[in-house]
Write a protein that binds this ligand. Structure first.
Ligand code: AR6
Length: 178
């Protein structure tokens, strides 16, 4: 689905593999050790090749990792993109450990980094709703709200946000929020 805002910017949603969707920036659902893992993280490193982990090794050596609710930038290796934003979503416990704020911060940080790097199109997976068990409906609400809020800003250079959902049922949940 495609939702065009009054200012002409686009929010898109599709079912697919984020490593196959060409955009300027691809967001990864990483962990705070930036150590790689399963899910979308595994897929991004497999498809992007070793240069991404080499850059993360450097970031880890300098900064020790990435706190929850934040993100770091690397190149995109063989992925159909220029940059990867490695965002660290919260592990969902009971909703009383700032999960909502931390997930919103992830999206905001990626969009802020996208602006800094002149990224015009950016694709997101459903951060935290896999291994980190964030309830999908609440996560979708936060993700879409942050994307729309950013796209509505008149001075935002990001023109298009794409949510790449990995299943039809996730897609149904996300598309109902718009
Ligand atoms: N394209 C798009 N979405 C995908 C893909 C893909 N290729 N593969 C999986 N998903 P998860 P999290 C979906 O577990 O919950 C990792 O080990 C998946 O179906 O990847 O933030 C990291 O290293 C789900 O809807 O990320 C961390 O340790 C969504 O992506 C931890 O998992 C997110 O699921 C992060 O957990």
């Amino acid at each position: 689905m495609e939702h065009k805002l009054q200012n002409g910017k686009l929010l898109r949603m599709l079912v697919g593999d984020i490593t196959k969707v060409p955009t300027d920036g691809i967001v990864n659902a990483a962990n705070s050790a930036l150590a790689g893992g399963g899910g979308v993280d595994g897929a991004i490193h497999r498809a992007g090749g070793p240069s991404i982990m080499q850059e993360l090794d450097q970031i880890r050596a300098n900064a020790g990792g990435c706190p929850t609710g934040s993100a770091v930038v690397t190149g995109a290796g063989h992925l159909p993109a220029q940059l990867v934003f490695h965002a660290v979503g919260p592990v969902y416990r009971d909703g009383k450990h700032q999960e909502h704020e931390l997930l919103a911060l992830c999206y905001r940080k990626c969009l802020e980094l996208a602006e800094q790097h002149a990224v015009k199109t950016i694709s997101f997976p459903s951060i935290s709703t896999g291994a980190y068990r964030y309830p999908i409906r609440d996560a979708a609400q936060i993700a879409v709200c942050e994307a729309l809020r950013h796209l509505e800003q008149p001075d935002a250079k990001v023109q298009e946000v794409v949510f790449v959902l990995f299943s039809e049922s996730d897609y149904e949940v996300y598309s109902k929020v718009v």
